[in-house]
Design a protein around this ligand. Sequence first.
Ligand SMILES: [Zn+2]
Length: 403
Amino acid sequence: MIKLNSIYITESGDKARLNFDYSIDGKLDTLWFEVDKEYKQYLCTERIDAFAIGVLPFALKNGHDIVSEIPITEELSYKLNENLIPLLVKYDEHISLIKVTAPMTDEILQNAGAVGTGVSGGTDSFNTIISTYQSPYKDMQLTHLCLFNVGSFGGNASFQKHIYDKCVERAMLIAKEYNLPLIISNSNLADMFPRNHAYTHDFSSIFAICCLQKLWKAYYYASSNTDINVFSILNSSVNDSDEYALLLYYCFNNKNLNIISEGMQKNKLEKVASIADSAVAQKYLHVCSDNAENCSHCSKCMKVILALDAIGKLEKFAKVFDIEYYKKHKFKFYWFLFEKHYRKAPMMEPIYRAMRAKIPFYESIFYKAVVWLKHFIYDESYPERKVYIKIRILGISIKIKRR
Ligand SMILES: [Zn+2]
């Protein structure tokens, strides 16, 4: 059982910290979330909403009920206990049916009317900022940008400081370009309740949003989903939470919280197209998760470079990508593209279709043949190989031993 005993604010220098004192099976510890002191008044001590959402993946995985005598928003309690938790457990045998128990309140929590989003520097983030910065829906225009350190840079043991520092510097420059205030936060969530961030980032980010619940009227969460058509809650504990993000937002949203999944209507190619003419994106786009600058040869960089080339805008991003490397190593990029096409990767298909017209016909045939041959020989999970083995067995009666 995870028991939340108290929520309180402390100050140190120019920082204000929201503390959650809790115990797991009697062992006491503290989860904290820290921002600049000017945002102290928006830290939420009145509800356990942030805590319940932030620790939920850990609690599900380890079979801990969440208990507190501090109130939870009634609608959130209902949706967690009656909708989300039973649904996730039903389709994942590696997590346990748990309960969130706390006094419920339906009182409205006043907020400062701010509208926020994250500023990671990636395509999803830039697409969200560009779409909402001067939104025709006046009441929904962006007022704040945020950089939450709640696990994406690793926990204490694996914290990638040089990447984090560069991301902070980049976020400051982007915020300056848009003339919006930037909220930088830190937390020990990833150390206290460790889970794979790639599978739980929606929970961690919404924890941070809820810690500042008294600030937000709305918050745009940049959708990084492959395609809205790909929705799944199967084995949620080992899959990207973005695959069921719409379910999460339905469950987490209530009269005190309005999280909007921005960008879900666009695939990766369309998002790249929507940011390609932005001078700010051309200066600061950063898609590489393992390096402080874009390396131009990892899968994330390759994906965006190919998308930019497909729409004829790659040269505009010469400041952030090594275009000469791309030109010299097109074989590697095309191989990557045809591999993804062979595997029918939904995110890459629109990019493949757009690139196909640019690749000479004879080269296209060559890549298709080589990729097919590779899988035919080495990958027994591919249907062509199974058929081949059956034909050989039935037709010529020669038994081919599978690897
Ligand atoms: Zn890279």
